[in-house]
Design a protein around this ligand. Structure first.
Ligand code: ZN
Length: 197
């Protein structure tokens, strides 16, 4: 339907999350038809510079441009609590509430045997390595989906025997919901209502 070069461009945009075929076509044609070449170069460079300079924090595994990240290296954060989340965007969602002052750990996914995602595919060993005598509580803030809940249960079975209190965010987040789409009040309620696992 389109010349191969345009079709390639559309297909690469269609791979992005939340971008369907129609949106991918709109973006591709906007770039080709409306954007000056300098703007295209600038946008492409921004992607490359970000990709080259953003890495995983060696401590919490969140995306960062400094190591350790600003949260891990802050003296104002309570390093006795670690909040475990699935994705970097969940950290942003919880930070926006301004109600949580502990540290984070980003798993980069959730257990899902159906999709072939096993414990080795997540940043679980990196979490276990952080559990020294300073750490008093681990908050499981994985999504309240089947895989998020399975991940929380799996981790609590690993961690609770090590003598660390494990809690789970409770009320507010709808079952099957996604943390990153929850409003701030809902998230605050969920954190406040966390329960022992
Ligand atoms: Zn960090």
């Amino acid at each position: 339907m389109f010349p191969p070069l345009i079709e390639d461009l559309i297909e690469s945009y269609a791979q992005l999350p939340g971008i369907g075929r129609k949106s991918a076509e709109r973006i591709a044609f906007h770039i080709l038809d409306n954007m000056p070449k300098e703007s295209v170069i600038e946008m492409t460079n921004k992607i490359l510079v970000a990709k080259d300079n953003i890495c995983f924090c060696p401590v919490c595994q969140n995306l960062t441009d400094v190591t350790p990240c600003r949260i891990c290296s802050s003296s104002k954060r309570d390093n006795s609590i670690i909040c475990v989340v699935e994705n970097p965007k969940d950290v942003i969602a919880i930070e926006k509430t301004k109600e949580y002052n502990g540290l984070y750990h980003v798993l980069h996914g959730a257990l899902s045997p159906m999709d072939g995602i096993s414990p080795d595919d997540l940043k679980i060993n990196e979490l276990l390595l952080r559990l020294d005598s300073n750490v008093k509580e681990i908050i499981m803030a994985t999504n309240p989906t089947v895989s998020g809940t399975a991940t929380a249960v799996y981790l609590s079975k690993l961690i609770a025997p090590m003598g660390v209190k494990v809690t789970r965010i409770a009320h507010g987040i709808p079952v099957g919901g996604d943390l990153e789409y929850a409003d701030e009040i809902t998230l605050i309620k969920a954190l406040e209502g966390r329960q022992n696992m």
